[in-house]
Write a protein that binds this ligand. Structure first.
Ligand code: C2E
Ligand code: MG
Ligand code: MG
Ligand code: MG
Length: 284
């Protein structure tokens, strides 16, 4: 098509395309080696109960500090990892690492792990989860799998069956970023999610008194309650956002207001007996 177009179009358009493809190729090259070079790590963000404001779980969030590219945003490298299927070995590492870390927290605190469609549809996914639990000793009830609505677009039957297997093990399933994607209520009826995570965009809107955002959160909370599902408000940053999400009945709160994603050491320290002991004794 570029050949048929005018010469100007042809020459101004192609170098940019090449530069973009080249950057992506470089990033993929680095991503292939990221695990073996120990460039990946997990940060943990607290999720608190709306009633007591005590920590009920942590969400594990992947971080990549590349030697060549510096700190790369998950928004950039997760899609690349999905396209190249590198998300399979990376996701396996995430599961093991997160389960191992959760063993250092009190028994009532869960760990939530994000899982992409590629992982869920991989035939080895179930055995990956089973072995992560077995290797670390984490009880399945302490592992929550976070998926987005997009997993149901490709192969809803396969996705559902894998999630049912996870539930059979005793894991819980959370529906992430609810309301942002292709929202069909059909799968809410077919699958027993334990949590619906209300996307940050609605939380922001609600605090700004945006009528649509308010209506959507109200509807999601009402529906969740009638289905026996809990709700988590995502991305709560301010007092106003905390107040409105509590008033609308969200059960759990996650966001910068209560804590940013933090290194494992800092998350662990939140459970240490006191500030002084925490500093000297956390390594024990
Ligand atoms: P997510 O699962 O919806 O995770 C929540 C995102 O919101 C995280 O971004 C978190 O840092 C950010 N966040 C939390 N609280 C606030 C807040 O109060 N304000 C704002 N502005 N942002 C907040 P992050 O860490 O950049 O991750 C982005 C996405 O990358 C995640 O969205 C998830 O879809 C994906 N991801 C992260 N780690 C993994 C992983 O291990 N595996 C897979 N498959 N995907 C992952
Ligand atoms: Mg998530
Ligand atoms: Mg989310
Ligand atoms: Mg979100």
């Amino acid at each position: 098509r570029a050949k048929d177009a005018g010469g100007g179009t042809h020459f101004s358009y192609e170098p940019a395309l090449h530069a973009h493809a080249e950057e992506r190729r470089q990033l993929e090259f680095a991503l292939r080696r990221a695990l073996e070079r120990n460039e990946m790590l997990l940060h943990y963000q607290p999720v608190v109960s709306a009633d007591s404001e005590s920590i009920v779980s942590f969400e594990a969030l992947l971080r990549w500090n590349s030697k060549e590219h510096g700190s790369v945003s998950p928004a950039k490298f997760i899609p690349l990892a999905e396209d190249t299927r590198l998300i399979i070995p990376i996701g396996e590492w995430v599961l093991r690492e997160a389960c191992a870390e959760a063993m250092r927290w009190p028994d009532h605190v869960k760990v939530a792990v994000n899982v992409s469609g590629e992982q869920l549809l991989d035939p080895h996914f179930a055995s990956t989860v089973v072995s992560a639990l077995a290797m670390t000793g984490l009880p399945a009830r302490r592992l929550e799998i976070e998926v987005t609505e997009s997993i149901f677009l490709r192969d809803a039957t396969a996705a559902r069956s894998t999630l049912e297997q996870m539930m059979g093990l005793g894991c819980s399933i959370a529906l992430d970023d609810f309301g942002t994607g292709y929202s069909s209520l059909g799968y809410l009826r077919k699958l027993r999610f334990s949590t619906i995570k209300v996307d940050r965009s609605f939380v922001q809107g609600a605090a700004q008194k945006n009528p649509e955002s308010l209506a959507i959160i109200r509807a999601v909370v009402a529906m969740a309650e009638s289905l026996g599902v809990t709700t988590t408000a995502e991305g709560v940053e301010t007092e106003a956002e905390l107040e409105i999400t509590k008033a609308l009945g969200c059960n759990k709160i996650q966001g910068y207001y209560f804590g940013r994603p933090m290194p494992a050491f800092d998350a662990r320290r939140l459970f240490a007996p006191g500030p002084n002991q925490a500093r000297s004794g956390a390594a024990a």
